[in-house]
Design a protein around this ligand. Structure first.
Ligand SMILES: *[C@@H]1O[C@H](CO)[C@@H](O)[C@H](O)[C@H]1NC(C)=O
Ligand SMILES: *[C@@H]1O[C@H](CO)[C@@H](O)[C@H](O)[C@H]1NC(C)=O
Ligand SMILES: *[C@@H]1O[C@H](CO)[C@@H](O)[C@H](O)[C@H]1NC(C)=O
Ligand SMILES: *[C@@H]1O[C@H](CO)[C@@H](O)[C@H](O)[C@H]1NC(C)=O
Ligand SMILES: *[C@@H]1O[C@H](CO)[C@@H](O)[C@H](O)[C@H]1NC(C)=O
Ligand SMILES: *[C@@H]1O[C@H](CO)[C@@H](O)[C@H](O)[C@H]1NC(C)=O
Length: 469
């Protein structure tokens, strides 16, 4: 998946386009289809659906007016979960880039390594005025390298030149600041921007920057401010902005605002957007507002795998296992393709049906028919389902089929351990703990406590301490 970013000759659309594509990419790649039932949250990123990141591409040789192809950043759950970490990694990146630049300029002083500052100095030395398009490409350069010092120097130069700043140029500067991690400077400039200069892109950049850095409250305030200012002049906002806001609502547990956003979406006719519908279903599920989630589901005309799976996940989370199974059946009847996430959700439901694994076995058979039995999500779902049903031999059999490369999946190990503990097989559980230790997997602390209590002795405690778990 590539995104197209045209900075120089192309003005508004390309930035917009890139944002849309980035968010869609995140959807598909890390979409909430990866969040079947809370136990199977492989990472918080996937469950929270969309993660928007501003493009931080590698420096490349640019020609004004050309379209650059940039690889979207890889999803890194550790970086996403921790704001400080996120900033830290950005700083690290920047340092690395600086080092690289230094190395380059030391080894061979070719003109390609010249920084925006070098170019400015050269032009100043020659007494040449700098035309706006050169500034534009220098801004772009600084955005891609993410060098805050360069960015600041460049802006001071632009300021001195007295060049009138168009909204397109202002947006590029905003993007540059944000790409360099200068969020507060960006906000300062954003606040000083004339209302007429501030278009939907400016708002989008600022919102995305806040979301990207985990400033959810700020994102919400900004959104509210935007809606108040532009209630009459309708801004053309891409769907992902609303997803960002809804996501911020989840982070700050603000259901009220989320509902307001939903109401607003209905009013402007955005409700037909598939991505938004999907996210809304997920959003309401997180707040356990299953009626609202069902309302969105019912309003959706084009129901795909992700929409159906989101519904099933909600039912599972609300412990409405029978309804999850009904949804699974209806989904099949509607001819919608079921994927690994659908199956792992339905398996979770089956594990809680108290039917001695009857439903689970049927689902197991159909995963084999579909060739999904080697999928790690499905396998973990099967281990969990058989474990819950007390069919521990079957659970273990599936667990043993997990390939070595996928054996690092903590969820699978904990599901197996849970099965042993909940069915009183403490000796097996302790044996399994040793295996976990050997595999370098950390068992869930609550499970260890459960085992300690169940065994009612200190011997286990000492044993596990000895194991340094
Ligand atoms: C998800 O986030 C919670 C806190 O928000 C954290 O405790 C947990 O470790 C995270 N899970 C993963 C898989 O990163
Ligand atoms: C994610 O980022 C952290 C630090 O930010 C890094 O240590 C880790 O290797 C990264 N993981 C992947 C899969 O890129
Ligand atoms: C630009 O110049 C004005 C004065 O002309 C100054 O107040 C302002 O701080 C300058 N901005 C930057 C970013 O250098
Ligand atoms: C939700 O956000 C709105 C807008 O910022 C705010 O007025 C309200 O107090 C928030 N509600 C909660 C429960 O945080
Ligand atoms: C591991 O799990 C992934 C994702 O479910 C799957 O695509 C892959 O085939 C599995 N690897 C092996 C070696 O079975
Ligand atoms: C287990 O360790 C505790 C201290 O952590 C100790 O008091 C106790 O005697 C030990 N029990 C056995 C059976 O070794």
């Amino acid at each position: 998946m590539v995104i197209f970013l045209g900075f120089c000759k192309l003005v508004i659309q390309p930035i917009f386009l890139s944002m849309e594509i980035v968010s869609h990419w995140h959807y598909q790649k890390a979409g909430f289809h990866a969040a079947p039932c809370d136990k199977y949250k492989i990472s918080n990123v996937s469950s929270h659906c969309i993660q928007f990141r501003l493009p931080m591409p590698k420096p490349q040789a640019h020609h004004p007016g050309t379209i650059t192809i940039i690889q979207p950043p890889k999803i890194n759950s550790t970086a996403f979960n921790d704001d400080d970490d996120c900033k830290g990694s950005n700083k690290k990146k920047k340092k690395k880039e600086k080092k690289k630049e230094k190395k380059k300029s030391n080894s061979n002083a070719t003109p390609t390594t010249s920084t925006p500052t070098d170019i400015l100095r050269l032009m100043d030395g020659l007494g040449l005025p700098i035309p706006p398009d050169i500034y534009a490409s220098l801004i772009k350069e600084s955005s891609t390298t993410g060098d805050a010092t360069q960015a600041t120097q460049l802006l001071a130069h632009i300021n001195r030149s007295g060049l009138p700043l168009s909204s397109a140029l202002l947006n590029r500067i905003l993007l540059m600041y944000v790409s360099c991690g200068l969020i507060h400077t960006a906000r300062h400039m954003f606040d000083k921007m004339n209302v007429l200069n501030k278009n939907s892109i400016s708002w989008a950049i600022m919102l995305a920057a806040y979301m990207d850095n985990g400033f959810y409250e700020e994102a919400i305030f900004l959104f509210v401010q935007m809606m108040e200012l532009h209630s009459t002049i309708m801004l053309e906002l891409p769907a992902w902005i609303f997803i960002c806001v809804l996501k911020a609502c989840v982070h700050t547990m603000n259901l009220t605002l989320g509902k307001q956003v939903h109401g607003w979406l209905l009013k402007v006719g955005y409700a037909t957007n598939l991505f938004l519908s999907c996210y809304l279903i997920s959003f309401y599920g997180k707040f356990r507002c299953l009626d609202d989630a069902d309302f969105v589901f019912d309003q959706t005309s084009e129901r795909n795998t992700v929409i159906w799976t989101a519904k099933m996940v909600n039912k599972c989370q609300g412990e409405y296992m029978h309804e999850a199974l009904v949804a699974f059946t209806e989904m099949g009847r509607a001819g919608v393709k079921r994927n690994e996430f659908t199956y792992s959700s339905v398996l979770r439901a089956c594990g809680r049906m108290k039917d001695h694994g009857r439903c689970g076995r049927l689902i197991h058979a159909s995963t084999i028919k579909l060739g999904l039995e080697s999928d790690i999500y499905v396998q973990c779902g099967l281990v969990d389902m058989y474990g819950k049903c007390g069919l521990l031999v079957e659970a273990r059999r599936v667990f043993e089929t997990v390939s070595d490369t996928n054996k690092t999946n903590i969820v699978c190990w904990n599901a197996m351990l849970t099965g042993y503990i909940r069915h009183g097989l403490y000796i097996e559980a302790i044996k399994f703990l040793y295996q976990m230790k050997a595999a370098g997997i950390q068992p869930q602390e609550s499970l260890l406590n459960e085992l300690r209590i169940a065994c009612g002795s200190t011997t286990l405690e000492n044993k596990t301490d000895g194991m340094q778990i």
